[in-house]
Design a protein around this ligand. Structure first.
Ligand code: FAD
Ligand code: SF4
Length: 502
């Protein structure tokens, strides 16, 4: 009888896994063995956030338990590397074939392609089902620049999400004019969803704590690690936060770390939730009158718009994307990124929050951290390394596209048509950070000038020609016309002094 091994990588913890389904359909459950591997090399490959290590390891161990409860034979291994673990497995169990699903990260998929040769047995790699673009590519094979809006509309139409026939529900695709508000002082968002660690998670926490490796705090770990818990997190978001998601999705505050965001990226990226489950649940809340359309559309845009678009861009631009550096940024990352010790209140709050939980919301990632790094000329891969290390939901596919593409605009503008740069006036409008800051958010030169202002104007001056050539950055760069030669010189020397101080 044919014996099949199914290898499920640690970020593919799908309840319905195509490789398992295929193997069982072919030979029956009794002839299928699942191999799950903790790779020491992967765990030691960078300074991962401790809570990220706990999340990934605990979710994998819970997945093994769930498969055993369904009657699968599970070979759970701690090995030097994935390949070493698979080799040991093949030697011990002598399967006839290995079945697996295509990895979502470039390097891991390259490695999968070499398995047949390295393991010495037939290897079947099935298409990845964790992303909707695996089922439907709206622009197959194109080399052209495709903007998010067109991609998103095609996804909505194809998957019939928030549609009335051929038209978008509510008669428009976008409700941004109702969104993007600062958080009123009188409004306090509900608490974030939290899960009490069980015995498996506590065991992993003790192991991660004992080896002392990595960054960030481990105490307070409260993430979901099973499908049921991730589904409870989704239900909690739909019931308590979705309705206000849209208006406050760009707001930042010292009073609340997660506001009305879903905090579901750690789960959907691991396979504990699926994107369609997320959007269908949100759409049902709108149709049943439990959430406003501007919020539901805003959330759905994030999931089947931005998330799928980023994965799609990653795969059409790799491996060149990881080498891109179109603003020729060469500066190393300042040390304060690893400690949070900076006088810039907005960055201090964001970095300390990330060190505490591995999470920041989108605008903190984009308009604070990336904005600062772009304007300060930090090398894109130094920024990628920091995000990869610190964030609970970080994987190469989401990192290269969001950091190199969207955040740093280092990809030649394929993902974002203009650089996302902003001075303190945006940060002050959207947050309460500036009130508690040692810097003056209205000044761009002088001892108290906000570094975001100095760097913003310096960036415009330094890259004036390139920015003027881009019609989308016009209004920002036109502000330069108001600066005389003395002001330009003062800004450039203030920026140079600040950058040297880093
Ligand atoms: P919500 O605001 O509640 O949004 C809902 C969902 O939409 C998210 O859970 C996520 O799955 C999806 N989503 C929204 N925008 C994006 C996007 N641009 N790319 C991918 N998914 C998106 N997302 C990650 O999953 N992992 C990362 O490591 C990551 N790093 C980022 C770094 C930078 C510089 C930027 C600009 C964005 C990054 N994002 C990343 C995208 C986005 O910021 C996060 O998905 C989001 O903040 C996660 O929090 P949430 O679940 O509360 O999101
Ligand atoms: Fe950030 Fe500048 Fe505001 Fe301080 S003044 S919080 S550095 S934007």
């Amino acid at each position: 009888m044919t014996l099949l091994t199914v290898w499920v990588p640690g970020d593919q913890l799908l309840e319905t896994h195509p490789a398992l389904e295929r193997a069982v359909a072919e030979v029956g459950r009794a002839h299928v063995r699942v191999v799950l591997i903790e790779s020491a090399r992967k765990l030691a490959s960078r300074r991962w956030h401790r809570q990220k290590r706990v999340l990934v390891l605990s979710a994998l161990r819970h997945y093994a338990e769930a498969l055993r409860a369904q009657g699968y034979a599970v070979d759970y291994r701690q090995a030097e590397s994935i390949t070493a673990g698979l080799r040991e497995h093949v030697r011990e169990f002598q399967p006839d074939r290995l079945v697996t699903m295509a990895a979502s990260e470039y390097a891991a998929r390259q490695a999968q392609m070499a398995f047949r040769q390295r393991l010495g047995l037939p290897v079947e790699v099935l298409p990845n089902t964790q992303f909707l673009v695996g089922q439907y590519d709206p622009f197959p094979g194109t080399q052209k620049r495709i903007i998010l809006e067109n991609f998103y509309r095609a996804m909505r139409r194809h998957f019939k999400v928030l549609m009335e026939g051929a038209e978008p529900v509510g008669g428009q695709w976008n409700f941004d004019k109702d969104n993007r508000k600062p958080l009123p002082k009188t409004l306090t968002p509900p608490p974030a969803f939290q899960v009490e660690p069980d015995a498996i998670t506590r065991q992993v926490m003790a192991e991660v704590d004992a080896d002392g490796i990595g960054v960030g705090e481990i105490d307070g770990f409260a993430y979901a690690v099973t499908h049921a818990e991730a589904r409870a997190a989704l239900a909690d978001f739909i019931a308590h936060r979705l309705d206000s998601f849209g208006p406050y999705e760009d707001a930042m505050t010292t009073r609340h770390a997660t506001l009305y965001h879903s905090v579901l990226s750690p789960y959907v990226n691991l396979g504990l939730l699926t994107p369609l489950e997320m959007v269908h649940t949100a759409e049902a809340a709108y149709r049943e009158g439990r959430a406003a359309l501007n919020s539901v559309e805003g959330f759905i845009r994030q999931v089947i718009g931005w998330r799928e678009y980023m994965y799609w861009q990653y795969w059409r631009m790799m491996p060149a994307l990881a080498e891109s550096n179109s603003w020729s940024a060469e500066r190393p990352l300042p040390d304060f990124f690893w400690t949070g010790e900076t006088n810039m209140n907005c960055l201090r709050q964001t970095i300390n929050g990330a060190l505490k939980t591995g999470y920041s919301h989108h605008i903190q990632r984009l308009m604070l951290v990336s904005n600062f790094c772009l304007m300060a000329g930090i090398h894109p891969q130094a920024v990628v390394e920091w995000f990869m290390s610190l964030y609970i939901d970080a994987y190469d596919w989401v990192m290269q596209s969001n950091v190199v593409g969207m955040g740093l605009n280092a990809d030649g503008g394929m993902i974002a048509t203009k650089p996302y740069i902003a001075s303190a006036s945006y940060i002050n409008r959207m947050s309460d950070y500036c009130k508690g800051c040692r810097f003056d958010h209205t000044a761009r030169t002088g001892a108290d000038a906000c570094p975001f202002n100095t760097l913003y104007w310096n960036f415009l001056i330094e890259h004036e020609a390139a920015l003027r050539a881009n019609p989308r950055s016009g209004p920002a760069v036109l502000g330069l016309n108001r600066l005389d030669a003395d002001e330009r010189t003062a800004i450039q020397s203030a920026a140079s002094a600040f950058l040297k101080s880093l």
